[in-house]
Design a protein around this ligand. Structure first.
Ligand SMILES: Cc1ncc(COP(=O)(O)O)c(C=O)c1O
Length: 433
């Protein structure tokens, strides 16, 4: 099997490295997050579940632009809504009726949503939710779990938060998802900070484990007991694990939830949705953006939610995801390769179960060999399914895996994994951040 021709990708990357710090706008899309020299860097166009790179190579894509693509690239009903709106103006001097229409659509499908605000990115949405929670409770501390974006609100928690004021460190502390006991369990953290907590802020899903209802119910009870708010970051889980997100699937309603990636099939918009009494507090706070009511993303939101409600989108994501996950596990088991796909079929993850230093190399080899054969996966997942992945697209990926996994198995058995890697700098390729 020939290596991919990536000449144009590599040339563009060399140019970008001179012009753009890190050569990328998104950390997880940097070539170092994939396999430098063995996977495409620049994409020319996309349609359905397929993308074409600047060198003309075609792939079935399971990266989904890191989550926003739920219906498919260039999905006709969404693109048509955007085109029609484009002809009427992308942004106005006053408000657009689409703000009302999109807010109404969200309140009809999201359990906690009585009122809704719109911003552009996930990080903006989560930071606005944190501000509303602080404004509403009059407390400062966020008891946090998970990643919510790059802004200071969240960066303050990181040990190496260079560029974020050190004084903000006291404004956030963390707890461990899924832990019912121990120092970092939510109960212990809330007890240590009695009366100081503005909200418990969390992703309501564990990517490796889909059975988390009991934990979410416990978090709800604890938030109530401690008289604080519960905020769900449903940027990845929303419009994907269920139409109404994890809150619908597990029947646990937060006070506020934030949506972004799945809401508009790829246009830049985030929604902060919550209980009326809490959301009303936003009226007293500075949460404002020139682009908050930008119309193309709102039109895409309305059109996407219409599709979710009127087509079997979510069951399809589950069915295609199960097909991918269970067959990958079946192939791995058949040939005795310690590779496991697990978690939510709509966005599964995977890992190898050998000594730690060969697991990364095996992942690199998997990505390289699958890309060569026209399938794009992300390092460890998440493998995002969209509504345009048909059974034959998943089966195409499985056919390639039937060739690739035995290559991995024999490389693991003979200890020759590194010899098969085309990438010049393996260590660089495994750095995600
Ligand atoms: C759970 C979650 N929250 C928030 C964000 C931040 O969203 P954005 O990159 O649009 O700012 C991400 C991005 O990956 C995410 O996965």
């Amino acid at each position: 099997m020939k290596n991919l021709n990536l000449t144009k990708s590599m040339q563009l990357y060399a140019e970008a490295a001179e012009l753009i710090p890190s050569a990328s706008q998104t950390m997880s899309k940097r070539p170092q997050a994939f396999v430098m020299g063995a996977m495409p860097i620049y994409i020319e166009r996309a349609e359905g579940c397929r993308i074409w790179d600047v060198d003309g190579n075609e792939y079935v894509d399971f990266i989904g632009s890191l989550g926003p693509i739920t219906l498919g690239y260039c999905y006709p009903a969404v693109d048509e809504a955007v085109k029609q709106q484009l002809a009427k103006g992308t942004i106005y001097s006053m408000l657009s009726p689409l703000e009302v229409e999109a807010a109404r659509a969200i309140t009809e499908v999201i359990p906690c949503a009585e009122m809704v605000r719109f911003l552009k990115t996930g990080a903006e949405g989560t930071s606005a939710a944190a501000r509303i929670a602080r404004g509403y409770t009059g407390k400062e501390l966020i008891v946090n779990q998970g990643y919510h974006g790059w802004l200071d609100t969240w960066a303050a928690e990181r040990a190496n938060a260079v560029g974020t004021p050190g004084s903000m460190k006291e404004s956030i502390t963390s707890f461990a998802f899924g832990a019912f006991e121990g120092d970092r369990c939510l109960d212990a953290v809330l007890n240590r900070h009695k009366g100081e907590v503005a909200c418990v802020f969390m992703e309501p899903v564990s990517y490796a484990n889909t059975d988390t209802g009991d934990f979410l119910r416990w978090c709800r009870e604890l938030a109530d007991k401690h008289n604080t708010l519960l905020v769900f970051d449903e940027i990845v889980s929303g419009f994907r694990v269920a139409l109404g997100g994890a809150q619908e699937r597990f029947g646990v309603t937060p006070d506020i939830a934030v949506f972004a990636k799945g809401i508009s099939n790829g246009l830049p918009i985030s929604a902060i949705a919550g209980k009326r009494e809490v959301m009303k507090k936003a009226e007293d706070l500075i949460i404002s953006s020139t682009y908050g009511g930008e119309t193309l993303s709102l039109a895409a939101t309305v059109a996407s939610i219409y599709e979710y409600r009127n087509k079997p989108v979510i069951p399809h994501l589950w069915a295609m995801g199960e097909r991918l996950m269970s067959s990958m596990n079946g192939i791995a088991e058949e040939i005795g390769l310690a590779l496991e796909f697990r978690g939510w079929p709509v966005m599964s993850s995977y890992s190898f179960g050998y000594e730690s230093d060969i697991n990364q190399d095996l992942t690199t080899l998997l990505l390289q060999e699958m890309a060569k054969r026209g399938v794009l996966l992300r390092r460890g997942g998440l493998n995002f399914i969209n509504y345009s992945h048909k059974a034959e697209d998943v089966d195409f990926a499985l056919t390639q895996a039937r060739e690739v996994l035995p290559i991995l198995k024999s490389a693991q058995a003979s200890g020759a994994i590194k010899d098969l890697l085309t990438t010049a700098d393996v260590a660089e390729s495994i750095r995600r951040f």
